[in-house]
Design a protein around this ligand. Structure first.
Ligand SMILES: *Cc1c(COP(=O)(O)O)cnc(C)c1O
Length: 226
């Protein structure tokens, strides 16, 4: 196994331990490998070790990697901010967008999603700690945006994505993840059938999984420091 393979293995072991500690069933937490700033060869290596879903923050960097690795059946997730002049690149190249936080962007992605591709899988990014510096919609605005996205058939709403404020305090991290989980439950009680709660990164995947994360987004613990 390669070095990246060893790290993937350790991350999978952490996911599995947290999943078991939370009393959740095997296979309910997916691993998204966040490859931003690492080149196509690192992604190819991780794919060779069995990792199939990758996340990119910077559109142009991501699209270049997607082109370089078009021989591999990788599922690409856009997890970074999207300017309106970049929506076409996103709609044409990615399978998922987890960083959706504006209706205007959702409409453009809907219009620009090529008909020969399946609907773009999307998550609403929620600013769970209300940080002024962070993107994402306020928790109070999530329901309205979700209803608006439901009217756009070239998008399929899958759930929520959140990036809580970094903290060393496990209880604080857990509380933030639980607020995101409660928000997803509210949407589902309101008639949605959302299956994705994307939360947890290298430093906080355990409390995220305890709170019900279905997808952790891991960069550093797989590829190293950026
Ligand atoms: C960079 C990034 C990650 C991965 O963070 P690590 O701490 O390196 O695991 C996850 N999600 C988003 C949105 C990111 O920008």
């Amino acid at each position: 196994m390669t070095m990246i393979g060893d790290k993937l293995h350790s991350v999978q072991a952490r996911i599995d331990a947290a999943r078991r500690a939370a009393g959740r069933a095997p296979g309910v937490v997916r691993l998204l490998a966040v490859s931003k700033t690492f080149g196509a060869p690192a992604v190819r290596e991780a794919f060779g070790d069995g990792q199939t879903a990758f996340g990119e923050n910077y559109i142009q960097e991501g699209v270049a990697k997607i082109a370089a690795l078009s021989d591999l059946p990788i599922e690409w997730h856009c997890i970074g901010p999207i300017q309106s002049n970049k929506t076409r690149l996103v709609a044409e190249n990615f399978a998922w967008v987890q960083s959706l936080d504006r209706l205007a962007i959702a409409r453009r992605l809907h219009e620009q999603r090529p008909m020969q591709l399946p609907p773009l899988q999307v998550c609403i990014q929620v600013n769970i700690d209300g940080e002024a510096s962070k993107s994402g919609v306020a928790p109070t605005e999530v329901l309205a945006l979700a209803h608006a996205i439901k009217e756009l058939p070239r998008l399929q709403l899958r759930g929520l994505m959140s990036i809580p404020q970094p903290t060393e305090d496990l209880a604080v991290a857990l509380a933030a993840h639980q607020r995101a989980r409660a928000l997803l439950d509210r949407l589902n009680n309101d008639g949605f059938a959302l299956d994705t709660l994307s939360m947890g990164m290298s430093a906080d995947l355990e409390p995220a999984i305890q709170a019900g994360s279905t997808m952790v987004r891991i960069g550093t613990a797989i590829f190293g420091a950026r």
